[in-house]
Design a protein around this ligand. Structure first.
Ligand SMILES: *Cc1c(COP(=O)(O)O)cnc(C)c1O
Length: 383
């Protein structure tokens, strides 16, 4: 049996006519840059993410870059984040001239550990503390960071929080007072990606920045078009961070199905759990569904030993699976100058060694999941 890690063709087949009609409208209008299609999508995403405003941008990476620029982060500044993530988070920090401070993750959720955040801040002298200009928590794999303590720490230091919600559209977090908020609505900026493999994926690159602050919104909009409030008059230095109308048209169609797809992903996650339980599989931990609600952009298992052998075995059995991420960012050669050692962030190192993403996309069938868990079970019986 063949089970790809993601099957976008299957998804497209179901909505092909609708998508083609929406894209054709853009072709007929010959309006490709921003415009009504982008605005329509911005309105929908803002509502969905419980935010007052949303600004369509060229990618998730640019959402982060634009947010940092808008927050005024620049040369010599420091930004606190975690190293167990896609490269873009730290890449954006360095591209504005700042330096990332990496802190370790929670071993169950792979997200920023708020205790490590407090420890990092309290270990700094006043001079270093004054250089910290933002915190970027990453809602990895579709589950929110424990935001309450992160927001408290940020507020105590007067720091903006830029949520990297690229993998977490529609993920929810419950505060201790019972209030439930969606990813991207809790900090000052929410950064989303419409890369094709995300839960809401475009037919190319795309992204969005959400905010509840009107001034931030105005700033993002100006910076998205080279800092020109009025065409050809530049009050600040921005960039070309625009979302294409074609991508917005595709996304507006796909958006209608997002909740249905998220439900399917969550159902698939439960089904995996029941299969692993039935087969009494040992040596593998399933993802912890701690914060309400996990949207399962990825279903990540932790393999006690022989992770790479298991990956090869599954690939050879026709099953797509992937390691996200094999090398934490503090160990990347481009960040050697930061001077981290593997021992500095042991939980991130351990995650990089043991995690494996299994297929979780909405169109996955029960037979396919059965096959995957059978193959994992077979592998574990081999020595
Ligand atoms: C995908 C992703 C990004 C970058 O998004 P692009 O649209 O690919 O630029 C940033 N951060 C995280 C955590 C991501 O998963």
């Amino acid at each position: 049996m063949k089970v790809p890690l993601l099957d976008l063709k299957k998804q497209y087949k179901k909505i092909e006519d609708e998508i083609n009609r929406a894209v054709d409208e853009v072709f007929q209008s010959q309006r490709f840059i921003l415009g009504p299609k982008v605005e329509e999508l911005e309105g929908k995403i803002a509502d969905y993410c419980q935010c007052n405003y949303a600004v369509g941008v060229s990618s998730g990476t640019d959402a982060l870059l634009l947010s940092l620029m808008s927050a005024g982060v620049g040369y010599g500044d420091l930004v606190i984040t975690t190293p167990y993530t896609f490269f873009a988070t730290a890449g954006a920090i360095t591209r504005v001239g700042a330096m990332p401070i990496f802190i370790d993750i929670d071993e169950k959720t792979y997200n920023m550990n708020p205790d490590e955040l407090d420890a990092a801040i309290s270990s700094m002298d006043e001079e270093r503390k004054s250089k910290v200009k933002a915190i970027i928590p990453i809602h990895l794999f579709g589950q929110c960071v424990r935001m309450e303590p992160v927001l408290a720490a940020a507020e105590a230091q007067g720091l903006p929080v830029i949520e990297d919600a690229a993998q977490a559209i529609g993920a929810e977090y419950e505060f201790s007072n019972g209030k439930v908020r969606r990813a991207g609505s809790m900090g000052h900026y929410g950064c989303f990606s419409f890369f094709p493999s995300k839960n809401l994926g475009a037919f190319g690159d795309g992204g969005m920045v959400t905010t509840n602050d009107k001034d931030i919104y105005e700033c993002l909009k100006v910076m998205r078009v080279h800092g020109a409030e009025q065409k050809y008059y530049h009050s600040v230095i921005g960039g070309n961070f625009r979302l294409d109308a074609i991508q917005a048209a595709v996304l507006t169609v796909k958006f209608k199905y997002l909740d249905e797809w998220t439900s399917k992903r969550r159902e698939n996650a439960s089904f995996y759990r029941s299969l692993f339980r039935e087969k009494g599989i040992e040596g593998i931990s399933l993802p912890k569904d701690i914060e309400k609600r996990h949207i399962y952009n990825q279903f990540i298992i932790k393999v006690r030993d022989r992770r790479d052998e298991l990956k090869k075995f599954l690939n050879d059995s026709g099953i797509g699976c992937e390691v996200y991420y094999p090398m934490p960012l503090h160990m990347q050669s481009c960040f050697k100058y930061l001077g981290y050692t593997p021992e500095d962030l042991p939980v991130s190192m351990d995650a990089a060694k043991k995690t494996l993403a299994l297929p979780i996309y909405p169109e996955l069938t029960a037979d396919q999941m059965n096959y995957i868990v059978d193959m994992i079970s077979n592998f574990l019986k081999m020595r």
